[in-house]
Design a protein around this ligand. Structure first.
Ligand SMILES: Nc1ncnc2c1ncn2[C@@H]1O[C@H](COP(=O)(O)OP(=O)(O)OP(=O)(O)O)[C@@H](O)[C@H]1O
Length: 259
């Protein structure tokens, strides 16, 4: 299993510093949650971690090798990203869209081989999309599109998967299914999440971004405190340990002027 790490990342856009001095480590096989309010820098960080952008300062490494020294195709065999606003596969079927995940493993014009087809079937099955395989992308609901994007990434058979709010269009059943699936697979997972309860329940560790810097990092029980949530989100809360799951659970009381 693979370690994805970033040291001292800085990135700016339009003359504004978006990320500064960010250290992140996703240990092999763990699920790392990236939290933070709107505009904190989560998407920007995930794009740097996936090698879609080069940082202005600092380095992202995959098992110790700087990402920017690896050919894009080699990176794509090991790391997949599921973005928040996916590219439109307007004229493709679900199955064709998922097959795009095989691109890094195939010759440019080679037909799908048995390994490709097996990976596609498995990805469709894991995401509950087998029955929708012949449906056109443009007829899918938001949640079905989100699961198709996840299936495409799983068909890529990566060691590391980076996801930007993979559950935001999903009903509660699929939210639980997707997070359970991500935990169950033999993958290193880095995922942005907005739901603090789900993050606390499913992630091994959390990184909380605020104004482009790491405000807190560690085990959910250590990171998610009333004081941190008040400071970062401006919301008064009661964080307790759920007697049902053993994970921290958050009751939101009211917004404050604190942040
Ligand atoms: N290309 C860009 N040019 C200018 N500003 C940008 C650019 N990309 C991001 N930003 C700004 O950087 C900040 C961080 O954006 P980012 O999308 O990383 O935040 P986020 O934590 O993912 O937010 P959200 O929870 O709303 O999705 C925002 O203020 C955003 O407007």
């Amino acid at each position: 299993m693979t370690l994805l790490a970033a040291h001292d990342l800085a990135w700016s856009a339009g003359g504004v510093t978006i990320l500064d001095g960010v250290d992140v480590t996703a240990r092999p096989g763990e699920m790392l949650g990236v939290l933070g309010p709107n505009g904190a820098g989560k998407t920007s960080l995930l794009r740097l971690l996936a090698g879609l952008r080069r940082p202005d300062r600092g380095t992202v490494t995959l098992d110790g090798t700087p990402l920017h020294t690896l050919p894009r195709r080699i990176v794509a065999r090991r790391l997949a990203i599921v973005e928040q606003s996916p590219e439109a596969h307007t004229d493709l079927t679900v199955s064709d869209a998922v097959a795009l995940g095989r691109t890094p493993h195939r010759g440019r014009f080679a037909p799908l081989d048995a390994a490709d087809r097996a990976a596609i079937e498995r990805a469709l099955d894991l995401t509950g999309l087998t029955a929708l395989r012949t449906r056109s992308w443009r007829t899918l609901s938001g949640g079905e599109r989100q699961r198709t994007q996840l299936a495409r990434a799983l068909a890529q058979e990566p060691a590391v998967i980076v996801l930007d709010e993979p559950t935001n269009h999903l009903d509660i059943r699929y939210q639980l299914d997707v997070l359970t699936l991500l935990r169950r697979l033999d993958l290193t997972v880095v995922t942005a999440l907005h739901d603090l309860d789900l993050a606390a329940r499913y992630c091994d560790r959390l990184v909380v971004l605020h104004d482009g810097r790491v405000a807190a990092a560690g085990a959910p029980g250590a990171v998610l405190t009333d004081a941190l949530i008040r400071q970062i989100y401006g919301v008064d809360t009661v964080v307790e340990t759920s007697p049902h799951t053993g994970a921290p659970t958050v009751t939101y009381l009211r917004t404050t002027d604190a942040r």
